[in-house]
Design a protein around this ligand. Structure first.
Ligand code: ACO
Length: 484
C-alpha cells in the first residue's frame, strides 16, 4: 500500500493513499475518506469536534502545479472560523447559553453587568469581584468633552447608529495606548471603557437628534437607570427611573449581550485579527449591526407593523410575503430553526413594560401576525419563527424611543459580547489575520486599450450624471465647494 502521511499547514493530519489504504465505511473512526474522482486518489481527513480542516483539502490536487481544493462557502453558512468558549447555541432545539448558563436563568437571576463580566471572564464573579466591576464600569461612563463636540458636529437628523459607529471608532484616538493589545491592563481597560461609555454615546446621539442638551452620567444610578436618566432627564434635579423599566431594560440587555459568531461578532473578530485597537474592531461590529438583516431588523419590524395598520390587513400582507414582495421582518434566523429562546423571554416582559407605559396598540397586530404566520405552511416548512427582534421594538417604542434608536439599543449590550469575543480572539494561539479566499470568475490577460480605441461596454448606472455642479463663475457657489 502506497501511503504517505503528512502534517498539513494547520497541524491536522492528512493521509494520502491508494484504494486499499482507505478505512472501510462503517468502522468507527474520526476521519473522512475522500476519493478525488479527477485523479482516483483517496485521502483520509481527520475529523475533530465535528469539523474537518479546510486546509486539509488543499493537499488534494490534480497535479503538482494545481493550487489544491478549496472550500466554497459564501456567507460562512457551514464554516467554523474559530473555537469559542463563550456562547453555546443549539439552533434546532432553541437553546442559548452564556458560558454554560441557560439564558432564561440568567434573565431571571442575574443583571446585565454581571452577565457582561461572566461573558468576558468566563466565570460568575464573587460579590467582591462584582462590586469592583460595577465600580469600574460606573466610573468610566463619562466621555472626553471633545467627544461631545464631535457629536454636536453631526447633522440634526443624523442616524444615531451612524453617530455611534463614528464615536466608537473615535474613542481609539482618545485612548491610543489601546493599540498595545498584548498588554493585559490595556485590554481590560478598553473593555471597561467601551461597556461604560456606550450608553453615554447612545444617549448623546439621541439628545442630539432632539436638539436637547446632553445629560452627563449619574454615577449614583445603576447601569440601566443611568441610561434612562441620560435619555429622559429634563429640568428635574434628579431623574428617578421606574424600577420596572430598569429591570425590563436589564433583561433585554442580557438577552442581547452575545450570540456567538453572528455577522457583527464575525466582523469584530475579522477586523480585530489585523491587530488593530479594540475600539476600531468594535466599531466594525457596530457597522455590521446597523444593517437591516441584522440589528436593524427591530426597526424594520415596527415599520412593517405600521404599514400593516390593522389585523384585518394581515392576510394580504402575508400573501405579499409568500409572493416574495417583502420579508416578514423579525422572523427567521440563520441558526435558530425553532423558536428563538430570546423572543420567548422578551414576549413575557412586554406586558410588564406596558404596565408602566400603557399598551402599544401594535402589540395586537404583532401577536396576530405571529399566530397566523406560525399556522402557515410557508413559514412552517422553512422553519421560520419569531426572532429576538420581533417583540423588542414594541418595548422600545413603549419607552418612546424613535425607531432610529432601536438598533442602538441592541449595540449597547452587544458591546460586552464583542469585547468578550475580541479578548478571546487575541488570546487564541490559532488566531491569524482573517483572509478568505475567492473563486475568481473574471476576465484574464486582456490587452490594455487606449481610450480612443475603446467601445462603450458598460451602461451608466441609472441616475448617473445627475450630480449638481454649481458654477462659481455664475455666482452660484459662494463657498466654492464645486460639485455637491
Ligand atoms: N420572511 C419571509 N421569508 C423568509 C424570511 C422572512 N423573514 N426569512 C427567510 N425566509 C425564506 C427565504 O426566502 C428562503 O426561502 P426559499 O428557500 O424558498 O428561497 C428560506 O426562508 C431560507 O431563508 P434564507 O434567506 O436562506 O435564510 P438565512 O439563514 O440566509 O437568513 C435571515 C436569515 C437573514 C435572518 C432571514 O431569515 C431574514 O432576512 N429575516 C428577516 C430579517 C430579520 O428579522 N433579521 C434579524 C435576525 S436576528 C438578528 O440579527 C439579531
Amino acid at each position: 500500500m502506497a501511503e504517505e502521511e503528512q502534517q498539513d499547514a494547520n497541524g491536522g493530519v492528512l493521509t494520502r493513499g491508494d484504494a486499499e489504504g482507505v478505512t472501510p465505511q462503517g468502522t468507527a473512526k474520526d476521519s473522512l475518506s475522500v476519493t478525488d474522482n479527477r485523479t482516483g486518489e483517496q485521502y483520509e481527513v481527520e475529523i475533530t469536534d465535528g469539523t474537518v480542516k479546510a486546509m486539509d483539502f488543499r493537499q488534494m490536487k490534480v497535479d503538482e502545479d494545481d493550487f489544491g481544493l478549496m472550500a466554497y462557502d459564501p456567507a460562512f453558512t457551514n464554516t467554523a472560523h474559530c473555537r469559542s468558549d463563550i456562547t453555546y447555541i443549539d439552533g434546532e432545539a432553541g437553546v442559548l447559553e452564556y458560558r454554560g448558563y441557560p439564558i432564561a436563568q440568567l434573565c431571571e437571576e442575574s443583571t446585565y453587568l454581571e452577565v457582561a463580566n461572566l461573558l468576558i471572564y468566563g466565570e460568575l464573579p464573587t460579590q467582591e469581584q462584582l462590586d469592583e466591576w460595577i465600580f469600574e464600569i460606573t466610573h468610566h461612563t463619562f466621555v472626553h468633552e471633545n467627544i461631545k463636540k464631535f457629536v454636536e458636529g453631526f447633522r440634526y437628523d443624523a442616524h444615531p447608529m451612524g453617530m455611534l459607529l463614528a464615536t466608537v471608532g473615535a474613542l481609539s484616538t482618545f485612548y491610543p495606548d489601546a493599540i498595545n493589545i498584548d498588554d493585559q491592563t490595556e485590554r481590560h481597560m478598553a473593555g471597561v471603557r467601551m461597556i461604560a461609555k456606550m450608553p453615554t454615546l447612545a444617549a448623546f446621539a439621541y439628545r442630539h437628534n432632539l436638539g436637547l442638551p446632553y445629560i452627563y452620567p449619574d454615577n449614583d444610578l445603576g447601569y440601566p437607570g443611568n441610561f434612562l436618566s441620560m435619555m429622559y432627564k429634563m429640568t428635574e434635579t434628579r431623574y428617578e427611573p421606574d424600577p420596572r423599566l430598569e429591570r425590563a431594560l436589564d433583561v433585554l440587555w442580557i438577552l442581547h449581550a452575545d450570540h456567538e459568531q453572528n455577522c457583527s461578532t464575525a466582523a469584530v473578530r475579522s477586523v480585530g485579527s489585523s491587530q488593530v485597537d479594540p475600539y476600531s474592531a468594535v466599531a466594525a461590529g457596530v457597522a455590521a449591526l446597523y444593517g437591516p438583516l441584522h440589528g436593524g431588523a427591530n426597526e424594520q419590524v415596527l415599520r412593517m407593523l405600521e404599514r400593516i395598520e390593522t389585523t384585518d390587513n394581515i392576510p394580504d400582507f402575508l400573501e405579499g410575503v409568500k409572493n416574495r414582495e417583502e420579508k416578514l421582518m423579525g422572523f427567521g434566523h440563520r441558526v435558530y430553526k425553532n423558536y428563538d429562546p430570546r423572543a420567548e423571554i422578551i414576549k413575557k416582559h412586554v406586558d410588564e413594560v406596558f404596565e408602566v407605559t400603557g399598551k402599544n396598540p401594535k402589540l395586537d397586530i404583532a401577536v396576530e401576525l405571529e399566530k397566523r404566520a406560525l399556522d402557515d405552511d410557508y413559514f412552517a416548512e422553512r422553519k421560520l419563527y419569531p426572532n429576538v427582534d420581533f417583540y423588542s421594538g414594541l418595548i422600545y417604542e413603549a419607552l418612546q424611543l424613535p425607531k432610529d434608536m432601536f438598533t442602538v439599543m441592541f449595540a449597547i449590550p452587544r458591546t460586552s459580547g464583542w469585547v468578550a469575543q475580541w479578548l478571546e480572539m487575541t488570546q487564541d494561539e490559532e488566531t491569524k489575520i482573517a483572509r478568505p479566499r475567492q473563486v475568481y470568475s473574471g476576465a484574464r490577460e486582456r490587452d490594455y486599450q487606449q481610450v480612443a480605441n475603446r467601445e462603450q461596454k458598460v451602461d451608466p448606472p441609472t441616475g448617473a450624471g445627475a450630480t449638481t455642479v454649481i458654477d462659481p463663475a455664475a455666482g452660484g457657489d459662494p463657498a466654492g465647494v464645486g460639485a455637491v
